[in-house]
Design a protein around this ligand. Sequence first.
Ligand code: ATP
Ligand code: MG
Length: 236
Amino acid sequence: MLEIRGLRVAYGHIEALHGIDLDAREGEITAIIGSNGAGKTSTLMAISGLAPIKGGEIKFEGKLISGLPAHAIMRLGITHILEGRQLFSDQSVEDNLLLGGYSRLSADKAAVRAAMEREMDRFPILRRRRRQLAGTLSGGEQQMVAISRGLMSEPKFLLMDEPSMGLAPLIVKEIANTIRGLRDSGRSILLVEQMAAVALSLADRAYVLESGRVSLQGTGRELARDPEVKRAYLGG
Ligand SMILES: Nc1ncnc2c1ncn2[C@@H]1O[C@H](COP(=O)(O)OP(=O)(O)OP(=O)(O)O)[C@@H](O)[C@H]1O
Ligand SMILES: [Mg+2]
């Protein structure tokens, strides 16, 4: 579904990605793990049209998307749930969700309503907190809003950047179950995680990024058993 070949991203003359190849298949969870600064966020940003691409190409459903503006990429059905949630903290839960539906559904008020109800069924806590300002929610609740906001536009392909960041283990589990459920209902997902154990347990296929290069790839299970991955990312 997504094919990345020789992707280079550079900020000024600092190159963050030195030519990476990555494939994400339809209906699968593809995970990228790697340490701080490895280039995980830059990869997602390049896909969604938010990072400066200096070489290589990205195809989505066979169509070249590298070079397209972010809004055009989003309209093709790719949604990016940014690192650190990035909610509008002084707006309500409901308004944050509405903003997610804005791009693809805004002409159709009934569709936006239906999408909002669907998301509040997914995370019932959001229904109880619909009028609460997003900035006053707990970290876990904020991540739920970020995921739901991303799903409002009914994307085919979801980019998720560190959804478990800063969350308690129980909430991480709940978010992981949500991600698995999205895959099981046919959604395709590219998941970036520093919590390698979580990512590899979810991933159909996974990549290890090290200093802007893919150092290893395989199924989630293969990488979880790999001695090097165990040593470097799974705490022995
Ligand atoms: N806007 C920017 N301007 C300059 N350099 C940047 C910018 N964004 C990222 N970088 C650099 O690019 C490299 C890769 O950063 P990136 O954010 O992609 O890493 P990451 O794997 O997501 O890290 P983390 O796990 O900390 O989120 C880093 O060296 C970073 O300093
Ligand atoms: Mg990052």
